[in-house]
Write a protein that binds this ligand. Structure first.
Ligand code: AKG
Ligand code: FE2
Length: 217
């Protein structure tokens, strides 16, 4: 009988390089609340202040209103929330993007515009991968990592779930979940399948940052 010991496997290099229970960015101390090693998933605390969360929600409310994509437009079956990408420059965005780049250990030039999503009761984001399939044009400069930041507490439901990992994260204002999928071993990437469970009571607001392998700006 052949038995593969765990110690025979070599862990792949990760992008996220922070260790211990906390680390410092230029302007804020981030807490590592929990982590799974492979694929790397980290639950982070103290990522955004309450005021930053409130401001992001307010800014996107204004923008959703302006671009008229807010409301209850049903995008498709996979994602029923409504959302927007920031395109204009705002002081708060520059601050947050710098902090996020430092958390994710990727230069800010690799960052897509921050996306804010709002879910109302019943709305969800079904299980999906954040990276693009090898067949798609976008995969030439594919996504490599994700940071989902929670902008409010959700009364009930709205967990970020990872079905392949039997793992879920409860939204908590100012906290975030980080994961990456830049592994040589494709089965590790596939285990980052995730979604946003339906909101049952209350609203759920998140800001998502995706990083690309090469610069986009
Ligand atoms: O809503 C969530 O918790 C997950 C969001 C997500 O998967 C994404 O923005 O790519
Ligand atoms: Fe996602």
């Amino acid at each position: 009988m052949h038995v593969t010991k765990v110690s025979d496997r070599t862990k792949e290099q990760t992008i996220f390089h922070h260790t211990g229970n906390r680390f410092q960015t230029e302007d804020r101390e981030i807490h590592i609340v929990a982590r799974l090693e492979e694929p790397l998933v980290a639950v982070l605390g103290n990522v955004l202040s309450d005021q930053e969360c409130d401001e992001l929600i307010q800014l996107s409310k204004d923008n959703m209103h302006r671009s008229k994509i807010g409301d209850s437009r049903q995008v498709n079956d996979i994602r029923t929330s409504s959302g927007m990408f920031f395109e204009e420059e705002h002081d708060i965005l520059t601050t947050i993007e710098k902090r996020v780049a430092s958390i994710m250990n990727i230069p800010v030039e690799h960052a897509e515009g921050l996306q804010v999503l709002r879910y109302t009761p019943g709305q969800e984001y079904k299980a999906h991968y954040d990276y693009f399939s090898a067949a798609s044009k976008a995969s030439k400069n594919n996504r490599i990592s994700t940071l989902v930041m929670y902008l409010n507490d959700v009364e009930e439901g709205g967990e970020t779930f990872f079905p392949e990992l039997d793992f879920s994260v409860t939204p908590k204002k100012g906290m975030a979940v980080y994961f990456e999928y830049f592994y040589d071993d494709q089965t590790l990437n596939e285990r980052t399948l995730h979604g946003g469970a339906p909101v049952i009571t209350g609203e759920k607001w998140i800001a998502t940052q995706w990083m690309r392998r090469q610069r986009v700006r």
